[in-house]
Design a protein around this ligand. Sequence first.
Ligand SMILES: [Zn+2]
Ligand SMILES: [Zn+2]
Length: 175
Amino acid sequence: MKYNVAQLLKEQSGGMRQYSLHEDIGTLDPDIHPLTTLDGHIQLIRTADGILARGTLNTSVELTCSRCVEPFSLPIRFTLEEEFQPTIDITTGANLPVLDEQEAATQIDAHHILDLTEVVRQDILLAIPPFPVCRSKCAGLCPQCGQNWNEGPCDCTEDKVDPRFEALRELLEEK
Ligand SMILES: [Zn+2]
Ligand SMILES: [Zn+2]
């Protein structure tokens, strides 16, 4: 996900390059378990201060359902939009002042390489829900025997008494 932007930096604001992306992200992050490559399109646009990277990217990751604890695949689609700043003046070769708030992730290095890796990694982590579920109606596990209720009821569920019948039973027992 590295792009040499030396030529683009020499252009005026509005100059643009387009790339299609097809990346193996298997080693991107130990918490990301991709099932497919990362695919999409990236636009690099020359701005007054640097280069705006913009694109829509797709991948699929394997997650563990927070209810039934089964692995499942979640398609992820996200929009990337981040402005990158040069650290070297392209015409003079002089070092440019680095702003305090400027993150290392969005700096174009001394060889004019713009690297999307860290921005993509953060965007994918943000796109993963904190409590992923395999399907919206995932029934989860029986808290007593651990049976996966998506695969059918267990014997414990038969012990559950409808509270209305419970009230009726108490009435009958009082007599
Ligand atoms: Zn589930
Ligand atoms: Zn059970």
